[in-house]
Unconditional design. Structure first.
Ligand code: NAP
Length: 247
């Protein structure tokens, strides 16, 4: 079967879908036939542009939802809106993420809490409220966007590395807990991917530590997400898309 038509009839929810990696995943899934819900924090214009592109790619529906994933109640309301508008959910990509980098000795409580609340609790909130829709559909696929920083640890990113390592634990526990319900859960650990988040790292000396010697593209990550969306016997896996950085 051609993988590129395998998401026809599926509904995919992508957090942080307005920009960067999330936007590329939304477009990839739309090109495979899925209807998409694009969740974003504040950038309405960008989210609408992604939805417009998704609709032209597949003809399937694409709707944007402004929702702070760290807000349990707001996520509950957004999940209800997705059920009302699109009819359910088969795929969830927990991609929304932020950084507040700084040395541990100087890191503020706010910087630690914000990163944990968006990156880790946000994924819990979404999983908590979207999995009931998957249970109704009797199938589901969750993809958590972790990071090479979560595998290796990164100086100056104790908050971010902790949130991304936590996502791997959340992925494996969710995979074990929901396997019997036909719901798979995997993680992707990207390395240096060219987006707004890494705009300041284009000339970073750390790039020299990437065996493939270059940054990755958002499409590289979207290809991995497409694989996991279709890989029916893969669950609890962490797929590195990092040019060899964390091997
Ligand atoms: P990005 O370009 O900075 O985009 C971040 C996205 O997250 C935007 O769509 C943003 O919405 C959304 N967002 C931020 N806070 C949110 C919140 N509280 N609620 C809902 N949405 C929120 O990021 P990116 O580089 O594509 O990264 C995407 C994911 O990949 C992140 O989890 C990141 O940690 C991970 N990652 C990235 C890299 C990399 O090299 N880029 C490497 C490893 C892992 P608005 O547009 O509305 O602000």
């Amino acid at each position: 079967m051609n993988c590129d038509s395998r998401l026809i009839g599926k509904i995919a929810v992508i957090t942080g879908g307005s920009r960067g990696i999330g936007a590329a995943i939304a477009c990839k899934f739309a090109s495979m036939g899925a209807a998409v819900a694009v969740i974003y924090a504040g950038n309405t214009e960008a989210a609408e542009a992604v939805c417009e592109k998704c609709r032209t790619l597949s003809g399937a529906n694409a709707i944007s939802y402004r929702c702070d994933v760290s807000d349990f109640t707001a996520v509950k309301e957004t999940a209800a809106a997705i059920r009302r508008d699109l009819g359910g959910a088969h795929i969830l990509v927990n991609n929304a993420g932020v950084t507040r980098d700084g040395l541990l000795a100087m890191m503020t409580e706010e910087a630690f809490d914000t990163v944990m609340d968006v990156n880790l609790k946000g994924a819990f909130n979404m999983t908590r409220h979207i999995t009931p829709l998957m249970l109704r559909a009797k199938e589901g696929c969750i993809i958590n966007i972790s990071s090479a920083s979560g595998l290796l640890g990164n100086a100056g990113q104790s908050n971010y590395s902790a949130s991304k390592a936590g996502l791997i634990g959340l992925t494996k526990a969710t995979a074990r807990e929901l396997a019997s319900k036909g719901i798979r859960c995997n993680a992707i650990a990207p390395g240096f991917i060219r987006t707004d988040m890494t705009a300041a790292q284009e000339d970073s000396p750390l790039l020299a530590t990437v065996p493939l010697g270059r940054m990755g593209s958002t499409e590289d990550v979207a290809e991995a997400a497409a694989y996991l969306a279709c890989a029916g016997y893969v669950t609890g896996e962490v797929l590195r898309v990092d040019g060899g950085l964390a091997m």
